[in-house]
Design a protein around this ligand. Structure first.
Ligand code: DGY
Length: 322
């Protein structure tokens, strides 16, 4: 009898083919995310789980498992999994960093370019038939990037890659991280370490690259927005819950800050009734940080490899805690 693996959503054909060689697989169909009750009843009977960043794998869900050896998430983020409890239960957790670093930094930089040069706003103006006069001195003006300061919050893999992009655009780079990186890495990236307060008050652009944790929950709220420059922009490709969305809406409406580019939201997907949708000075993307053909394939490959290792009782290539 093959071991049982459950997927909360389908993956690439090549990945399914691989999985089928070794396991009896079942793929959830229907409502996404999978309803909690279904997940809890499935987890009881399986040996391996492949999940996505919106699937909440809490203590109570883990407690339903009887034979589960490994949880392999198709994401770099693992804030949706109670990894501490999984470790206690000796369940391996695999995730997919590194392969999505460039794609996510590219998306963060494209949001920065888009909002600062008003590309999506211009696109809407044309599609709505509102482009009436050409080339006015004050029409649709954005801001230059060269010489401007970017504040990178979290100088891990993606934050560092964002710094490389910013350096190529002749921006000044400051950063704040839980841990200061080595002097040689700072030098290579051209990045200067500052306190969180300085990052907030000195940046023309802030790009968030920290995970969602107790410490970063709702970190960007009205108090922080009021300390940012009126001319500044906020970019977020990490997790939506790092920002207090109600406060961001108010800050954008009152022009406390100039604009924002977001790929992630407190609760996803957002509908067209979300207050962000009515604001002109915000660029919105549907959580596509890692969404390139190449990156998503590599993520599927790692997800399968992590699962395989965990099924053998070994540490996944990229493993959280255990
Ligand atoms: C992840 O993998 O956690 C990211 O959110 C992808 O964009």
């Amino acid at each position: 009898m093959k071991n049982k693996v459950f997927l909360t959503r389908t993956l690439h054909d090549f990945a399914l083919k691989e999985l089928r060689k070794r396991y009896q697989i079942e793929i959830h169909s229907g409502k996404i995310p999978i309803p909690k009750t279904k997940l809890r009843s499935k987890i009881k009977e399986i040996d391996g789980l492949i999940c996505f960043p919106y699937d909440k794998i809490e203590k109570e869900t883990i407690d339903c498992a009887e034979n589960l050896k490994v949880i392999s998430t198709y994401s770099v983020g693992f804030d949706h999994i109670d990894t501490k409890y999984a470790k206690e239960k000796k369940i391996r957790v695999g995730y997919t960093p590194e392969v999505l670093t460039d794609a996510t930094a590219d998306l963060a930089f494209s949001l920065l370019l888009d909002v600062s040069r008003r590309v999506s706003e211009g696109d809407r103006i044309i599609r709505d038939g509102k482009w009436k006069k050409i080339y006015g001195a004050y029409d649709y003006v954005g801001v230059d990037l060269q010489g401007k300061t970017i504040g990178i919050l979290g100088l891990g893999r993606i934050g560092s890659t964002m710094a490389k992009r910013a350096k190529a655009f002749d921006m000044k780079i400051i950063y704040h991280s839980r841990k200061r990186v080595s002097k040689s890495r700072e030098k290579a990236l051209g990045a200067k370490y500052v306190s969180f307060e300085k990052l907030v008050s000195q940046s023309d652009f802030i790009s968030i690259h920290v995970p969602h944790t107790k410490e970063t929950d709702q970190l960007f709220d009205m108090k922080v927005f009021k300390k940012m420059k009126e001319t500044s922009f906020l970019i977020n490709t990490s997790r939506g819950k790092v920002i207090n969305e109600k406060d961001l809406v108010a800050a954008l409406k009152k022009k406390i800050i100039s604009g924002a580019g977001l790929d992630v939201f407190e609760s996803e997907p957002i509908s067209k009734k979300h207050p962000f949708v009515k604001l002109p000075n915000i660029v919105l993307a549907p959580h596509i940080g890692s969404s390139t053909k190449e990156t998503r394939s590599k993520m599927a490959e790692i997800t399968v490899k992590n699962l395989d290792l965990g099924m053998k009782g070994k540490k996944p290539i990229y493993s959280v805690g255990y």
